[in-house]
Ligand binder design. Structure first.
Ligand code: BES
Ligand code: MN
Ligand code: ZN
Length: 496
């Protein structure tokens, strides 16, 4: 899809379809008013007749409206004017794109971004417009032998007021980059575990490095063993697929500037290992590499925007499988940090691969480290699919990430990491167990485990178990938290 911005006069815009918003009780947005005026009151008449009422998500397609240059007019319901906010805006763009996809238009002009939104400037409206449009257009039928016909729509223009054209075109480029990052994350998330193996993830990272001039290093089993990544290799022990440790470096700033390190959980399939998961919905454990995918997506977006930052992506990648060689409950291993771990449950594997990656992160003398992981079912219980769980050892960093999520429409919510919770992690035989004795505060005790491996740097942990994919009929990867991560990077680069 080709996205662009332009300042236009609604009735004069030559295109296959012009899209304008209508509030509930038939109040026209300013661009819709301009269209109505040019059409001699045609639109208002149709609305009065009851063809559409402006309810959220409703659409009405008109052909050959008089006095209007566009071949079609698509009216989109914005809902109640007093309740018009981020979510209503996103839904309106999505509804417009769904209707456009079903119709025959090849190019369309969206005026929805010209409708004022409380607290949001034109740049924000364009950036989020691109993301909402791209979401509505996303298809995951690449493995079907009979693919749906591609929609005829190939170009979408976001109209902006004349004075906002410059800010809008910068925001458009950001939106397009973030969308590309989300698409990469989604593509990898949806790809099944027989195709998306640790080796495949490493190849994708190498491909990304080639296109965007990044440095990519892939450590194999022998290298990891030599380094002493005993926790990561304990997870890989039952798998036929060989593990990989991916190091991807983007250098957008002076070499001496400390990097942001992003660490993504890359479990390409989580069967639970010997602590085998129940069968129901186990297919969803192909998404257990969504943290890794979001790291690759965020790096792709950052590189495409040429952000003046240094960023390191670390991805411990492995399957978690049962088998004769698999780690047993009760086994004790030595992590890269030197701490010994009693693996009481092989299904708490994310923390085992992340702890070695967090130790490794120390090598880069990071400004801060953010790890991203589909880490606990408990986080789905606590926050559902709305917010990712955030825990941190530094309140400034936590605040930055919360604000980024808020601005990106990809929210996180903070949970405490008080010492009281650390007391729940005690082993009779090793330095630390990989689970606590109880199910209480499972998301927090998972993060507490990681906190034992974070050394001196500022660190935050995002538990994305509830947000990285949708279950049920609309099953599929969401591309989250790529928007949060890229906004965080944009903020740090002073580009917002
Ligand atoms: N990948 C899972 C977490 C998960 C579960 C994500 C369901 C999304 C949906 C993780 O490796 C896991 O199995 N966690 C265990 C931890 C427990 C054994 C302490 C869990 O949440 O049950
Ligand atoms: Mn698990
Ligand atoms: Zn897992």
């Amino acid at each position: 899809m080709e996205f662009s911005t332009k300042s236009i006069t609604p009735d004069k815009a030559k295109c296959d379809c012009i899209v304008a918003g209508v509030f509930e009780s038939r109040r026209l947005s300013a661009p819709a008013q301009a269209l109505d005026k040019a059409a001699g009151g045609h639109l208002a008449r149709l609305l009065r007749r009851g063809d559409m009422d402006g309810k959220r998500g409703a659409t009405l397609l008109l052909h050959g409206a008089p006095g209007i240059a566009a071949a079609r007019v698509l009216l989109v319901g914005l809902g109640k004017e007093a309740a018009y906010g981020d979510k209503a805006n996103r839904e309106a763009v999505a509804a417009a794109l769904r209707a456009l996809k079903a119709g025959g238009s090849r190019d369309a002009v969206l005026t929805l971004g010209e409708v004022p939104l409380p607290g949001r400037d034109a740049a924000w409206r364009v950036r989020q417009g691109v993301l909402a449009a791209n979401d509505a257009l996303y298809r995951s039928d690449f493995l079907k032998s009979q693919r749906e016909d591609a929609p005829s729509l190939s170009a979408v223009t976001f109209s902006v007021a004349a004075g906002e054209a410059r800010a809008a075109s910068a925001a458009l480029a950001q939106g397009v980059a973030i969308a590309a990052g989300m698409d990469l994350a989604r593509e990898l998330g949806n790809l099944p575990a027989n195709l998306c193996t640790p080796t495949y993830l490493a190849q994708q990272a190498q491909k990304l490095a080639r296109t965007h001039r990044m440095k990519c290093q892939v450590l194999d089993h022998a290298r990891m063993a030599k380094l002493g990544m005993g926790a990561l290799l304990a997870v890989a022990a039952g798998a036929r697929q060989p593990p990989r440790f991916i190091v991807l470096q983007y250098a957008g700033d002076k070499a001496k500037r400390k990097p942001v390190v992003l660490v993504g959980k890359g479990v390409t399939f989580d069967s639970g290992g010997i602590s085998l998961k129940p069968g129901a919905e186990m297919d969803e454990m192909k998404y257990d590499m969504s943290g890794a995918a979001s790291v690759l997506g965020a790096l792709r977006a950052a590189a495409q925007m040429r952000l003046p930052l240094n960023i390191v992506g670390l991805i411990p990648a492995t399957e978690n499988m049962p088998g004769g060689g698999a780690t047993r409950p009760g086994d004790i291993v030595t992590s890269l940090s030197g701490q010994t771990i009693e693996i009481l449950n092989t299904d708490a594997e994310g923390r085992l691969i992340l702890c070695d990656a967090l130790t490794y992160a120390g090598r880069f003398e990071p400004d801060c480290v953010v790890d991203i992981a589909t880490q606990t079912g408990a986080c789905v219980i606590a926050l559902g699919a709305v917010a990712s769980g955030l825990m941190a050892n530094d309140e400034t960093l936590a605040g930055e990430l919360l604000a980024a999520g808020q601005a990106a429409g990809d929210r996180a919510w903070q949970l405490p990491l008080w010492d009281d919770y650390q007391e729940m992690l005690k082993s009779n035989f090793a330095d630390i167990p990989n689970i606590s004795g109880s199910r209480a505060a499972g998301t927090i005790t998972g993060a507490c485990f990681l906190a034992r491996f974070t050394g001196q740097y500022r660190w935050a942990h995002l538990d994305i178990a509830g947000t990285a994919w949708r279950s049920g009929k609309e099953k599929g990867s969401t591309g989250r938290p790529v928007p949060l991560l890229t906004h965080f990077l944009l903020q740090r680069a002073g580009k917002l």
